[in-house]
Design a protein around this ligand. Structure first.
Ligand SMILES: [Zn+2]
Length: 169
């Protein structure tokens, strides 16, 4: 990234190699990182998503966002510290359009991440926010929600997955 006009980012779909990459740590929160967060937030809102990881715009760095109830939570170098509870419910992903599956997730999580000032912060989340954070941290590790589905369910979705992969941008 350079400092000229905001880079144009588009969401990549299932089948794109960036979605399977383990994203690299950010370390120092530079102006470029802040700009990436700003642009990713725009991309996420345009796509009407609750969250977006940098892998999903083809950048394998540990930056993700979650926005629930109009509250934007940037996750820079996030690490799951602890998780409790379990709930299985339908989940979707901007990189897997029109595809949903029942995914078990913890109901409460504690996460350490850097904020936009570069400081390490601890976040506690529950319910949908906890679910969304787990989904995004998965992305940064090259994991997709379909990986949590049963092999039978994945098999049933295989034709749809193939179609998404063929149309990938
Ligand atoms: Zn996703």
């Amino acid at each position: 990234m350079d400092n000229s006009a905001a880079p144009e980012l588009t969401i990549v779909r299932y089948g794109h190699p960036a979605l399977r990459e383990k994203a690299q740590p950010i370390g120092r929160v530079t102006r470029d990182v802040k700009e990436l967060v700003t642009v990713m937030a725009q991309v996420m809102r345009t796509a009407r998503g609750l969250g977006l990881a940098a892998n999903q715009v083809g950048i394998a760095r540990r930056v993700a966002l979650v926005e629930i109830d109009e509250k934007l939570t940037p996750l820079i170098d996030p690490e799951l510290v602890s998780a409790a509870g379990a709930e299985t419910t339908d989940e979707g992903c901007l990189s897997l359009p029109r595809l949903y599956g029942n995914v078990p997730r913890p109901t409460r999580v504690v996460v350490r991440a850097r904020n936009l000032s570069g400081r390490r912060v601890t976040l506690e989340a529950e319910g949908l926010l906890a679910r969304a954070i787990c989904h995004e941290i998965d992305h940064l590790n090259g994991v997709l929600f379909i990986d949590h589905l049963s092999s039978i369910r994945r098999k049933l979705l295989s034709a749809k997955l193939k179609k998404i992969a063929e149309k990938r941008s």
